[in-house]
Design a protein around this ligand. Sequence first.
Ligand code: NAD
Ligand code: MG
Length: 394
Amino acid sequence: MSKQRHLTVLGATGTIGVNTLDVVARHPEKFKIVALTANCQVEKLYRQCLQFEPEYAVMLNPDSAGELRHRLRQSGRGTEVLSGVEALEQVAALPQVDSVMAAIVGAAGLRPALAAAQSGKRVLLANKETLVMSGALFMDAVRRHGAELLPIDSEHNAIFQSLPRNFSSDLSENGVRRILLTASGGPFRTVPLSDLENVTPQQACAHPNWVMGKKISVDSATMMNKGLEVIEAHWLFNTAPEQIEVVIHPQSVIHSMVEYADGSVLAQLGNPDMRTPIAYALSYPERIDAGVTPLDLFKIARLDFEKPDFQRFPCLNLAYQALRRGGTAPAVLNAANEVAVAAFLEEKIPFKAIPAIIEKVLADITTRAAESLPDVLSADESARRAAQSMVEAL
Ligand code: NAD
Ligand code: MG
C-alpha cells in the first residue's frame, strides 16, 4: 500500500474544500488532515475540525479565529488556531505536510499556493487565479523547488489525464497538436442577447451542470472562467494561445481533449462531479473510489458541440488578449474581474458592466513584465483601484 498522505486543505469550507474532505473521509487509511483553513465561516470550520482533528486551523479573520479557538477549547480539542495570511503560508509549508489542496478563491489564494510550491509539496491546484496572475513565477517555483503540480480544475485534470504520463512540457515533442478545452456555456448560452442586460446574480449563479462557489459561477456565466482556464492551460502545459481551442459542450461530460499529430483525439469523460479530479490528484497515480455516480451513456444519449460566440461572451476574448499581451496583463484582467464580479453580486452594477469594466481597466493600465511577486501584486492593486472607481462611477 502507498504511504499515507498528510494534507493541508486551503479553503476547506468552500465547494472544493468540502468535496476534498468528502473524498478524504472515504479513505482514512490513505489521508490524514494536518491543517484546515477558511476565511470567516466559524461554524463550518469548527465542525470540520471536530471531524478531522487537524493539528492546525487557520482563519484569515482574527475575530473568527478567536471564536473558533474558544469553541475548540471548550470541546477539549487540541487543534492550534492561527490567523492571518502568514499563517496560511505557514500551514502550506509545514514539514509534516506532503500535499496541499490550494482551494482558496481569487487572488487571496496566490501567496499560500506559492508557499506550498516553494516548499516542494505536491500542490493540488484548484485556485486558477494563481496561474493567471503569476504563471511564470509559479511554474518557476514549482521547477526550482521540486514541487509536484496536479491540476484540479476539471478541464486541466482531463488534459493531464489525456497527455502522455511523462509529459515533458513540450507539446510538439509529444506529438500533441492542440488542446480542446470544453466549456458548458453556462446559464446564459441560449438566452436572447437583449435579456442579458437584466439578469440577476441568482440567475447567473444557477449553473446548469456544476455546483460551485459564487465567484466562479458568475465567471462561468460571463465565460471569463474559460478565459482564465485558457491562461491556466497555457502555463500548465506550455501551450501557445493558438494551440488552445475552446469548444462549447453543453452536457459537461467530456471534460476536455488532447488532439495528437496522427489525428487521435483523447478525452476524459465523467459525470460533472469535482470529486473525480480531486480523488485523481489526491492519490495520483493510484485510482481510488471518489463516491461519484458512474457515467450512464445511455441516459446522456448525446453529446453536442458548438463554437463559442465572442459577441455574447466578450470576457473570453479579453482573456485571450491579456494572455497575448503577457506580463502583468493577466493579473490586471483577473483583478478587474474580481472587483466587477463582487460588485455584480452586490447588485451595484449590471451583468453587462462586467466585461466593460475589465476592458477599460486593461486599456487604461500600463502593464509590464511580471518578474517578481511585488510586480504582480502591485498590478493587482492598481487594477483593483481602477475597477473600484469605475464601479462607483456607474
Ligand atoms: P468557494 O467560494 O466555495 O470557497 C472559497 C474558499 O476560500 C472558502 O473556504 C473560503 O473561506 C476561502 N476564502 C475566501 N476568501 C479568502 C481569503 N481572502 N483568504 C483566505 N481564504 C479565503 O470557492 P470554490 O468554488 O470552492 O472555488 C475555489 C477555487 O477553486 C477557485 O479558485 C475556483 O476558481 C477553483 N475551482 C472551483 C471549481 C468548483 O467546482 N467549485 C472548479 C474548478 C476550479
Ligand atoms: Mg473548470
